[in-house]
Design a protein around this ligand. Structure first.
Ligand code: FAD
Length: 450
């Protein structure tokens, strides 16, 4: 298969040594596809998108899909993310979305984002998934005076938090100038959520075939034939829900339209209550900063601290260690009172951008019966869950309920083979715009010391 990163990034023989893998209950292994089978619907990818699509097809449309994953359910980003169930899914701002699909299209996308968060909450409730759900809200922290000034201009006053307020609320780190506490979203244990969805799908009669990498996808009669190392599956309709783990030739239409990008996470040992207080960070609200190459972090219910960062251009183990060391340096600068606290686990995974900076959730043009739902731009816990639900309705023959933005075919990146080079250049430019990661705000230009 034609993929963008080193083979290690796709090695489903191993789970990342993540805090999540260490603390999630095991799912009964899903045996591989063997022999020649038939199904109405085949789904490639058992992450949030694929599993939600399978659940929707079973529950609303009485269709039992077969889900194939190269690993076990949740092996991809769905089992290794930061657990922020929040709005997102695109790199476009509101003005750009409105230019592309009008005011109605923008409103529909906002509705989708809200529905996506509600969907995750509903899934947890409906299937009785105990995924360590945390407090409501998401804190955006200003990494520069300019970012803080912009927040003060644009955010509702009730959501603004200056440094004193952050300290009072137990969400203080010296490198930030202030923040906006948005009310939407909540944190969860991502792998408990993914495995809970997989269990719910199995309970609903869905067949999940683990260790079944789809290596071939071709038209066959009125449908499609999927080939795996040990089997074949004929299905009338197929969903590609492979996101950052996609391949350029599965299907070839995808070639160059998506860009996987690495994100890495470290989790500390449990922090004592004194250590938490020493830093001024005692709350469990999820938080991220206003950098383009953003950091995201939160205190877990067990007292460990999760710190994540985008960046990195290689899944080669040696290069990954370099990325992890950089993440650790940033952590120590932003949370200096914890510089002595050991890292307990670290891992990385692939998110997925598209050539049009928005998700795609529709039938593949020129390929009747072939659908795709992917491109969540690093924010897929909620959007991939809702996207999977909406694409299921389209696959069941209903008008596609995904917002217009998500039905627009992603452009190809120019010279797609050079995608990692484009990413390198983009990261270099964004890092320059972000400026250095500092432990404390720089004094204002021309300002006097008190
Ligand atoms: C480190 C990290 C941190 C993140 N943090 C957050 C966060 O805090 N909040 C948030 O909203 N989002 C976050 N994300 C993004 C989020 O995890 C993803 O957007 C979301 O999980 C995507 O779900 P998915 O089902 O589309 O894809 P995935 O969960 O990636 O699933 C794709 C599946 O497809 C399978 N697959 C691929 N190719 C084949 C094939 N040929 N045959 C069979 N199976 C195949 C893979 O094995 C994989 O299991 C993070 C991602 C990473 C990597």
């Amino acid at each position: 298969m034609q993929r963008l990163y080193e083979a290690q990034a796709y090695d489903t023989g191993q789970w990342p040594d993540s805090h999540w893998a260490r603390t999630a209950p095991p799912l009964l292994p899903c045996p591989p596809l063997t022999g020649h089978e038939k199904a109405e619907v085949a789904i490639i990818g058992a992450g949030y998108a694929g599993l939600n699509a399978a659940l929707e097809l079973a529950e609303r449309f009485d269709t039992r899909a077969m889900v194939l994953d190269a690993g076990q359910p949740g092996w991809g980003a769905s089992g290794r993310n930061g657990g922020f169930a929040c709005a997102g899914g695109t790199k476009l701002n509101d003005a750009a979305i409105a230019r592309r699909c009008g005011a109605d299209g923008l409103a529909a996308f906002h509705d989708f984002q809200n529905a996506a968060i509600a969907r995750v909450a509903d899934n947890l409730h409906r299937y009785g998934i105990d995924a360590d759900r945390g407090p409501e809200g998401e804190l955006l922290l200003a990494h520069s005076a300019r970012a803080w000034a912009r927040m003060q201009r644009e955010a509702p006053a009730a959501q603004l938090r200056d440094r004193d307020a952050l300290r009072r609320e137990g969400l203080f780190a010296p490198g930030f100038h202030g923040g906006v506490l948005q009310p939407q979203g909540f944190p969860l244990h991502p792998l408990k959520y993914a495995r809970g969805l997989a269990q719910a799908a199995l309970n609903a009669g869905v067949r999940i075939c683990g260790d079944s990498p789809v290596t071939g996808l071709a038209r066959a009669g009125h449908g499609w034939r999927l080939t795996t190392p040990q089997g074949q599956l004929d299905a009338r309709r197929v969903l590609v829900a492979t996101n950052g783990y996609s391949a350029d030739d599965l299907p070839p239409w995808l070639r160059g339209r998506y860009m996987p990008a690495l994100s890495c996470i470290m989790v500390t040992r449990p922090l004592s209550t004194q250590e938490q207080a020493a830093q001024g960070w005692t709350g469990q609200v999820m938080a991220y900063d206003s950098r383009h190459l953003l950091h995201y972090f939160r205190l877990l219910p067990c007292g460990r601290f999760l710190f994540g960062m985008r960046g990195g251009l290689s899944a080669d183990p040696v290069r990954l260690r370099v990325l992890e060391a950089e993440a650790r340096r940033h952590f120590e600068r932003l949370f200096p009172a914890w510089a002595h606290v050991e890292t307990e686990s670290r891992w990385s995974g692939l998110v997925c951008l598209t050539g049009s900076l928005a998700p795609f959730c529709a039938e593949v043009p020129g390929a009747p019966g072939l659908f795709a739902a992917l491109g969540w731009h690093g924010n897929g816990v909620a959007p991939a869950s809702e996207g999977g639900r909406r694409i299921a309705a389209a696959m069941a023959g209903q008008p596609n309920p995904a917002p217009a933005l998500m039905q627009m075919v992603p452009r190809r990146f120019p010279l797609p083979r050079l995608r990692r080079l484009w990413l390198r250049l983009a990261y270099a430019g964004l890092a320059l715009r972000d400026g250095p990661v500092r432990a404390a705000p720089a004094p204002a230009q021309g300002g006097r010391k008190a």
